[in-house]
Design a protein. Structure first.
Length: 99
């Protein structure tokens, strides 16, 4: 018989200077960047327009501004709407692929 246990370890750290806080935030940012399927500046194509208004994301392409799947199923893209304006818009991360 085999039994697999999943345990959560809680680690406590005191951040007592602005520099320590900045270092912690930067390290967390880098960890999330590595884990994300898309990086800041990646060119992506929308593969499924579910939830996207017809006037948004003309051409079904955009540039990634934010992708943090650990806390959101959405990726923020910069794209163009049907009026020719450059806009920011959240899109389901699962509906994107690298362009």
């Amino acid at each position: 018989m085999m039994l697999t246990l999943r345990q959560t370890k809680v680690e406590e750290t005191t951040l007592d200077t602005p520099e320590a806080i900045a270092d912690h935030v930067h390290a967390e940012f880098e960890r999330r960047q590595v884990a994300a399927p898309f990086k800041l500046g990646d060119r992506v194509r929308v593969t499924n327009r579910t939830g996207i208004p017809g006037a948004f994301m003309v051409g079904d392409v955009g540039t990634v501004m934010l992708c943090d799947p650990e806390f959101s199923p959405l990726t923020t893209l910069m794209g163009v709407n049907d009026q020719g304006m450059t806009i920011q818009f959240p899109v389901q991360t699962a509906n994107l692929t690298l362009a």
